[in-house]
Design a protein around this ligand. Structure first.
Ligand code: SF4
Ligand code: FES
Length: 202
């Protein structure tokens, strides 16, 4: 794998071509916020909070650091007026779904996001997919998935699998950036009312 150099926040960083901007930044001790990323899981690119400004042969543009690969001589800014404005907007949208999330509130404080900007649609889920992917990729159980579309999209446990697997596992709960208790509630609901959650789709 060939080694390249790029610049992140004015610092020259060495990376290999297969790395993402997020990996290169972390290897240089530069922090970028993430909500749907985990080293244990395949990259998903759902939350976009890792947005950074990137310039490589042309106009700077915004890209998701967790999915975008590094390139030789690329110039990356992890904070800029554009980046901060985008993160602020994303956080305000996510807070409409999960207003009590401690992790979101912490980021909101950093980026000046107003948790009351958008009307509350409290599903408590920001669709990061960490729980769903952890169960599928690490546990190989597929005990939960996403149901419905658009604003109604949410996670649901598959009662038949959950009844066998979940109470002794619950490893997905602490991964949730909004509320582990919400996952516990959804699991309890699935086991108590198994007929209501049958529209699973990944
Ligand atoms: S329940 Fe939590 S971990 Fe699962 S998709 Fe929603 S926000 Fe992510
Ligand atoms: S951490 Fe990059 S899109 Fe979520």
């Amino acid at each position: 794998m060939s080694e390249i150099q790029l610049q992140i926040d004015g610092k020259v960083v060495k990376a290999t071509e297969a790395m993402t901007i997020l990996e290169a930044a972390r290897s240089a001790g530069i922090s970028i916020p993430t909500l749907c990323n985990s080293e244990k899981l395949e990259t998903y690119g759902a939350c976009r909070i890792c947005v950074v400004e990137m310039e490589s042969f042309g106009t700077p543009r915004l890209v998701a650091a967790c999915v975008f690969p590094v390139q030789k001589d690329m110039v990356v800014k992890t904070r800029s007026e554009r980046v901060d404005r985008t993160r602020k907007m994303l956080l305000e949208e996510m807070l409409a779904h999960a207003p009590d999330s401690v992790e979101l509130q912490k980021l909101a404080g950093e980026y000046g996001a107003d948790k009351d900007r958008f009307e509350k649609e409290a599903s408590f889920c920001i669709l990061c997919g960490l729980c769903v992917r952890y169960c599928a990729e690490v546990k190989k159980k597929d005990a939960l998935g996403f149901v419905d579309r658009g604003a109604k999209r949410e996670i649901a446990f598959i009662p038949e699998i959950a009844a066998q697997e979940c109470w002794n596992c619950k490893e997905c709960f602490p991964l949730c950036p909004t509320s582990a208790l919400q996952a516990a509630y959804v699991l309890t609901e699935a086991l108590a009312f198994p007929a209501e959650k049958h529209k699973q789709q990944r």
